[in-house]
Design a protein around this ligand. Sequence first.
Ligand SMILES: C=C(O[C@H]1C=CC=C(C(=O)O)[C@@H]1O)C(=O)O
Length: 371
Amino acid sequence: MTESKDFASFIDKLLSKNCPFALWAVPGSNIPEILISCNEELVYPAQFNKLNGQEGFIFAPYHIEENTPLVLLKPGIYKKGVEDIMGIGLGQIQNEEKYEEPGEHSFVISQPEYLTDIAETIAEIKRTKLAKVIVSRLIPFQRQQESLGEVFLQLHRQTPKAFVYLVNLPKAGLWMGATPEILLKSEGKTLETVSLAGTQSRRNDGDYMWHTKEIEEQAFVSRYLLDVFYKFNIHPYYTQGPETLESGKVAHLSTSFRFAAKKLAFNLGDFIAELHPTPAVCGYPKSKAAKFISQVEKHNRRYYTGYLGPWRLNGNVGLFVNLRCMEILPQQYVLYSGGGITARSVPEDEWEETNKKATTLLSAIEAVQNR
Ligand SMILES: C=C(O[C@H]1C=CC=C(C(=O)O)[C@@H]1O)C(=O)O
């Protein structure tokens, strides 16, 4: 897929129609998949647990609000593979009106402001029972005339092990990302969820050493997943890790948890509602962390740290946490990047970490802009 110039221009033509669609490639796969729906095939479930019994592609926000609804694209035109996708007659797809612009993304904070926020976050952690909290920030980047189809293909070329996507939806907007974090994935009769946290720069020699800060940070996520397993009576389960997972210019600690899918045959939606948001994107304990985030972050996370992916589409569930993502506005890209803060955090290192995470997207955009 990555070689095809024609495919990039197909994606651009589809975007010019402005119809609702989700285009994605699962980790390790070179085969893109697309779901194009018409407006009538979009559903806006009022709560996360209303996904029980539904089917399609989910684009879920961090919080469901009026401006950030939970969106389910019901199965419309579904195709897999470049040839089949390009075989879709664009003439049969209706042109949709331009979506309403989301509100101003004016809450871009400076480095000194960010450092102050992180210092206050660390002080709060030391003073209270809050153990870990994810603090994020926005990174704007100017758009030029570059093809978004080419940016998508470049992103896939650079991060083949991530879930790479492009989603265009009324009410949600236009988003692109390459996320390494599985929220819930089915494989035959097995379900898998993953605890992912802790970050360091990617190494060429693969010789990773993990420090206490990252080990603890990831352990909070694993502990939380096990709390949820207990509530849903999920046992036995099989774990693998913690092990290093490389993604883009960074590497994380990752533990995989697998269990029999029949445990959640009738309440998968409830399970997701309980799981989201995990301490990989919110913190620990969860309600304290969520409250702290709403005070410290001046921007709205919108769909960043939500989740997305096929939901029982052809029998498969493949949900990923929406990280390393950006909203695409007419004049600029708005990247979202965050990191887990604990008592052991150093503000300047956290700033660097958010920059490093953003290079996943920035290097793909720049590669296309500099062609
Ligand atoms: C919140 C983000 O990453 C999460 C996932 C992996 C590692 C993380 C960390 O080391 O802080 C974060 O928990 C992000 O990329 O914006």
